[in-house]
Design a binder for this molecule. Structure first.
Ligand code: F3S
Length: 451
């Protein structure tokens, strides 16, 4: 291990869980190179901001954070400010020319060079580090898990080939590339050794894992191998394309007890005209068929989706159709974004862009319809006995917080657990649900069944 004379690093990770995995790899590399991580930017010699550039608000947040951190170079001990991730990939020139405090920009396939770049910056250089967008670094480093230690993300692929008309991701992250299965197993084993119990499988799209590397969809096989890893108790699959779900995948979810009966299927819309304009490859009828099939095969499966409100050309009738689709489908979890016009995408060039206020009204209408469904679904949980992953304890109270298999980290609900005995974060306990409070549940630990 190299010694960097205890130089301190402060790290900000913005954007999605895929970006967070890159952050954790960078943190692992920096730690191995002898840097000390600190949680106060004022104490940092080096500040890294791993940015997002997906939609307008994400870009605003990234710029704001860079500017705040730039201040540290004037008022505190910071000697180097480094910007990485999706915004660095998209606006490298602008960032370096317009924010003079930024010393280096690193692209989305070059994060493995973070320690060398820090060294170069500290020697007075201004650095641009951009490997080929199709590069695929498999960095065998012990990641610094920032999500509580017992739950983590496993990114199984990079980039995307779907080219939905609203999405900038292929320009930021390249075409779809799967990580090798050997690499993923090594990563998952390392995470398990570090105490991770819940693995959340992520990628821009998880369902076509392996096609580029092995010539066929290998997610079911990968899942089976991950299930054999000691210490991993829950595996949760996020970012599935509905049309790519196979019988084999459904079978594995049914058969493997470690795989949560939970799927995240971002469908974006429920009206054929808009689905087509979005460049999505499914029709409403196909979506209904696959969702119906999932519920038939796995009756207790929880389905999450995300929608876009106010896509260019969306009429009041299209919106009503989507609203009815939401009411019909009764998703367990649902998030809605207003459409964000992204320079460089086909949708940004489309006529009939919708007013911001209309987009917001439509988003709110969708959320209101879903709220009713979600609250009813919470009520339906009363009386059920479910395993819950403990995440912490409410300060000064004997009440713990946890999640069921139906709740992905950060985006879904919680269970407030009454317990007679002390529990640790990461424990999985059996809980009888006694009450529902909107999106959240309340329950008591059943001790005779405690694992
Ligand atoms: Fe943002 Fe990049 Fe993720 S644009 S949403 S951080 S892939």
């Amino acid at each position: 291990m190299e010694n960097r004379n205890n130089l301190t690093i402060f790290f900000v990770s913005l954007g999605c869980d895929k970006n967070l995995v890159d952050s954790e790899v960078m943190l692992g590399i920096l730690r191995e190179h002898g840097f000390l991580l600190v949680d106060d930017e004022m104490e940092a010699d080096v500040i890294v901001v791993n940015t997002c550039s997906f939609i307008h608000d994400a870009k605003e947040e990234s710029i704001q954070t860079i500017l705040e951190m730039a201040e540290m170079k004037h008022s505190c001990r910071c000697k180097a400010l480094i910007v990485t991730g999706c915004m660095a990939e998209r606006y490298k020139e602008e960032i370096l020319t317009e924010i003079e405090e930024v010393d280096a920009v690193i692209g989305t396939t070059s994060y493995q060079h973070i320690a060398e770049v820090v060294d170069e910056v500290l020697q007075g250089q201004r650095v641009q580090q951009f490997d080929d967008l199709q590069a695929m670094p498999e960095v065998d480093v012990r990641r610094t898990v920032t999500t509580g230690g017992y739950s983590s993300y496993l990114k199984i692929a990079e980039g995307c080939d779907k080219h939905c008309t609203y999405c900038i991701i292929p320009k930021l992250r390249g075409s779809y590339r799967s990580y090798s299965m050997e690499y993923l197993i090594r990563q998952a084993e390392m995470l398990a050794e570090q105490g991770v119990k819940e693995l959340n499988i992520v990628a821009q799209e998880t369902t076509v894992y392996g096609v580029d590397l092995y010539g066929r969809k290998m997610l079911p096989e990968l899942l089976k191998k991950l299930c054999r890893i000691e210490g991993i108790s829950w595996i949760r699959i996020l970012y599935c394309y509905p049309e790519e779900i196979t019988d084999e995948l459904i079978q594995v979810i049914k058969e493997e007890p470690k795989i949560c009966h939970y799927l995240d299927l971002p469908i974006q819309h429920g009206c054929d005209r808009i689905l087509k304009r979005m460049g999505r490859r499914t029709t409403k009828a196909e979506l209904k068929a696959i969702i119906g099939r999932l519920w038939e095969e796995i009756p207790d499966i929880a389905l999450r989706t995300t929608l876009i409100a106010g896509f260019p050309g969306e009429t009041e009738a299209d919106h009503e159709e989507l609203l009815n689709f939401v009411k019909d489908m009764r998703f367990d979890r649902l998030g809605v974004f207003t459409y964000s016009e992204e320079e460089g995408t086909a949708a940004a060039e489309m006529p009939d862009q919708i007013d911001e206020s209309v987009k917001e009204e439509r988003r709110d209408a969708l959320m209101m319809a879903q709220q009713e469904i979600a609250f009813e679904k919470s009520d339906e949980m009363i009386g059920r006995i479910v395993d819950v992953l403990v995440e912490g304890r409410l300060p000064e109270e004997d009440i713990y917080i946890g999640r069921t298999y139906r709740d992905a980290p950060d985006v879904d609900g919680y269970v407030f657990i009454n317990a007679e005995e002390e529990m640790m974060s990461g424990d999985i306990v059996r809980v009888q649900i006694t009450d529902a409070q909107d999106y959240d549940l309340v329950g008591d630990v059943i001790y005779e069944f405690t694992e």
